[in-house]
Design a protein around this ligand. Structure first.
Ligand SMILES: CC(C)(COP(=O)(O)OP(=O)(O)OC[C@H]1O[C@@H](n2cnc3c(N)ncnc32)[C@H](O)[C@@H]1OP(=O)(O)O)[C@@H](O)C(=O)NCCC(=O)NCCS
Length: 169
């Protein structure tokens, strides 16, 4: 069996200053930019667990609770919730910090599934994640339920059900 690692080994914090290039006309950072940062912060945590290259298999639904304005800091905190055979669920929480006051706000959260791959891009086996704290154990359990839903969505995307995207109102 591949060596298990505690969740804490994958904990990552990644920050980026919100710049005008990434803003909409209101001066708010674009949702797509935040999603890009979520992917990067998630991949860093996933690679800390896998110690291998990883690819993004899916990103769960995201809700943007508050805008991030130009000049504020986007802070992303990520860690691996659970590893399955070759895939792992990473939780990413996004905050904004007003650097002039130090105030922080939680702006969104996402669950991202990464697959560890070998040098030929084929899925590679992972060691398990060991949840230690109460929150880690809860996320570990919940990740199992979310996986089920995701795999159903993947099968739909592959055309595994009769209902297609244009099949009805
Ligand atoms: C993700 C990818 C490696 C899966 O490869 P595959 O040939 O379908 O392999 P498998 O069916 O064996 O799946 C491998 C693992 O991925 C998981 N997986 C595949 N699609 C998934 C999805 N949409 N959501 C969650 N998990 C998924 C499987 O459950 C399996 O996990 P497990 O081994 O822990 O049980 C492949 O589809 C791929 O390379 N996709 C493109 C990735 C990429 O380029 N991402 C960047 C955006 S373009």
């Amino acid at each position: 069996m591949i060596e298990p690692r505690p969740v804490r080994d994958s904990v990552t914090e990644y920050s980026e200053f919100a710049l005008p290039n990434d803003a909409n006309p209101l001066g708010h950072i674009l949702g797509g930019k935040v999603m890009h940062l979520v992917d990067i912060a998630g991949a860093m945590a996933a690679m800390r667990h896998a110690r291998r290259p990883v690819v993004t298999a899916s990103i769960d639904q995201m809700t943007f609770l508050h805008p991030v304005h130009i000049g504020q800091l986007v802070i992303l905190r990520s860690s691996v919730n659970r590893a399955f055979r070759t895939s792992m669920e990473v939780g990413v929480k996004v905050f904004m910090e007003d650097l002039t006051t130090g105030a922080q706000k939680h702006t969104s959260s996402a669950y991202v599934t990464f697959v560890a791959v070998d040098k030929d891009g084929r899925p590679a086996e992972l060691g398990p994640v060991i949840p230690e704290t109460g929150d880690e154990k809860r996320r570990y359990e919940e990740a199992g339920r979310r996986r089920q839903y995701r795999l159903e969505q993947r099968d739909r995307a592959r055309g595994g059900t009769r209902a297609g995207p244009l099949s009805g109102a």
